[in-house]
Design a protein around this ligand. Structure first.
Ligand code: GDP
Length: 291
């Protein structure tokens, strides 16, 4: 039922895409995705649906439920969503501003999604990968942990704003909790929080603080597992199962399906773009005006 609704919602988004593109093609498959579509099916699954690919390695008969079908767009849906992330003269994707306090944040009516995670979890790299179809957008990738100390706002066309939040944990700014907590609690146009967990080390103590915040404020959030290219398949399977169990048994507001990604191989990036586009598409019916 939920899966059916999401698929219908994806359809609505793409109808909206056609409207926003008035007179132009609603979408054109990016060069990069056209190449993805030409891959042999095994490689394509690994790149586009990394969780499905992992599932194949479970012992037959003991398959745990990875909720793979909750968000299960077609390749055509994914190709269309790429247009939301593709910079063009009518779809400007750009850095807007930075803020250290919520009252310094741009006052936007556009829906917003934010990315939070421990310093060094791979947040900047992931955002850079998501914006690879807009190469002029500058996302600073830190060499030192604790680099991102501000909230950085990026405009994605007329569709939404993406916010890169400061990393927590090691050498995080002292007022980090105030900044992030206030943002998560009070930002009215915040539609979804993407909480990044390093797939190599799993959920750490400081991740739990962020999870508790999301739960306490009853925010809808999504767990993204980063750096999946770094581990052996066995280690990754183990981590995915542990995190999935945690999500199933210990959380209320977390989307049940995990999103494993790699900013190096781009595995999972196309699916995550499509998921974000789907969330934003749903706002169409919630009274948001795209200006
Ligand atoms: P941030 O502090 O969360 O913004 O993390 P960064 O994006 O700066 O990444 C921290 C380190 O992890 C950097 O050395 C990145 O090159 C590396 N890294 C980030 N994402 C990936 C990934 O998907 N795969 C691999 N192998 N390394 C990654």
């Amino acid at each position: 039922m939920a899966a059916r609704r999401l698929r219908l919602d994806v359809g609505r988004l793409f109808a909206m895409g056609a409207e926003l593109g008035s007179g132009r093609r609603a979408y054109c498959t990016s060069q990069a995705f056209a190449e993805v579509l030409r891959l042999p099916s095994k490689q394509l699954t690994k790149l586009v649906f990394p969780l499905q690919e992992l599932e194949r390695h479970f012992v037959p008969g003991s398959k745990p439920d990875l909720h793979l079908k909750i968000f299960n767009p077609s390749l055509d849906d994914i190709a269309r969503a790429e247009s939301v992330f593709t910079a063009s003269s009518w779809n400007r994707i750009e850095y807007l501003s930075s803020a250290v306090r919520l009252d310094h944040a741009p006052d936007l009516r556009r829906p917003e999604v934010c990315f939070i995670g421990r310093s060094n979890v791979g947040k900047s790299s992931l955002i850079k990968a998501l914006f690879s179809l807009a190469p002029e957008v500058e996302v600073r990738v830190s060499k030192k942990p604790g680099h991102t100390k501000k909230m950085n706002f990026f405009k994605v066309g007329k569709y939404f704003t993406l916010v890169d939040m400061p990393g927590y944990g090691y050498r995080a700014p002292e007022d980090f909790v105030d900044m992030v907590e206030t943002y998560l609690k009070e930002r009215k146009n915040l539609m979804r929080t993407f909480l990044l967990v390093d797939s190599v080390v799993g959920i750490q103590k400081s991740d739990n603080i962020a999870i508790e915040m999301c739960e306490e404020f009853a925010l809808p959030y999504v767990m993204v597992l980063t750096k999946i290219d770094k581990s052996s398949k066995g280690h990754l399977l183990k981590q995915v199962l542990q995190i999935q169990k945690f999500v199933d048994t210990k959380t209320q507001g977390c989307f049940p399906q995990l999103f494993p990604v790699s900013a190096v191989t781009y595995s999972g990036i196309h699916l995550l773009r499509c998921f974000i586009a789907n969330i934003i598409g749903n706002q169409e019916t919630n009274g948001f005006q795209f200006n």
